[in-house]
Design a protein around this ligand. Structure first.
Ligand SMILES: C[S@@+](CC[C@H](N)C(=O)[O-])C[C@H]1O[C@@H](n2cnc3c(N)ncnc32)[C@H](O)[C@@H]1O
Length: 210
């Protein structure tokens, strides 16, 4: 299908996707108003401009980051699905030269990226890719090499309340809780948004040898 568009026809990514009848395969942040508020809050801070995410899906989180302020750029690490090209096309058109997508499974693509860019650091890292064992743990560990001491790391799919948590929250919640217990991260916040939906966030702890 050819993608034809005029920027003024589609004020939001959602309207563009609706027009082409593109459905996100998985959940995405813009379904949760409170999650968008938190992502936007951080992405609006003047000291945060280099943003990285794992998990593009249709580009809804990338849109929140790019919209938050004109200085922001986004590096997204994601596997490729057909819906990705629609989101990328829309965002490239509306936010030219500010989005870079590294295609591949994060467990491989991030270590490779670090080898090629040993000095690269991001100010905000949103981890929202595969949610099954062992990938979120690898993502959290690998992303530390792309963080500086003030980097905000937002870890999706945690959920703590018995009534809201679902089976897919178990592993991400355990990974974040273990990292807290081992003092690998310091938590700045956690919220359960809805059934099966939540996020925890904070900063990495850097010791003398890290
Ligand atoms: C929950 S969705 C991301 C939603 C997006 N962050 C948003 O809020 O708009 C998770 C996405 O991660 C990507 N993904 C799944 N497994 C992955 C892996 N091993 N490495 C990188 N990306 C992966 C897929 O594109 C999938 O749609």
């Amino acid at each position: 299908m050819n993608i034809v568009m005029n920027r003024y026809d589609f004020p939001t990514l959602d309207e563009f996707l609706d027009h082409y009848d593109i459905k996100p395969i998985e959940g995405f942040c813009q379904q949760m108003g409170r999650q968008v508020e938190i992502l936007k809050h951080y992405a609006s801070q003047p000291e945060i401009t280099n943003i990285m995410e794992i998990g593009f899906n249709c580009g809804h989180s990338a849109e929140v980051f790019l919209k938050a302020k004109p200085e922001n750029n986004v590096h997204s690490f994601s596997i490729i699905r057909n819906n990705l090209r629609f989101g990328k096309r829309y965002l490239d058109y509306n936010y030219p030269d500010r989005l870079n997508i590294v295609i591949g499974e994060s467990e491989w693509s991030i270590p490779n990226y670090i080898k090629r860019n040993p000095d690269k650091k991001f100010d905000l890292i949103f981890i929202d890719g595969a949610h099954w064992e062992p990938i979120p743990k690898l993502d959290l560990e690998n992303c530390k090499k792309l963080a500086h001491e003030n980097t905000i790391v937002l870890f999706d799919d945690t959920c703590y309340s018995d009534s809201l948590k679902r089976y897919w929250n178990e592993y991400p919640t355990k990974v974040w809780s273990d990292a807290l217990e081992k003092n690998e991260v310091i938590e700045e916040g956690r919220e359960d948004f809805d059934k099966g939906r939540g996020m925890s966030w904070g900063k990495y702890v850097f010791g003398c040898n890290t």
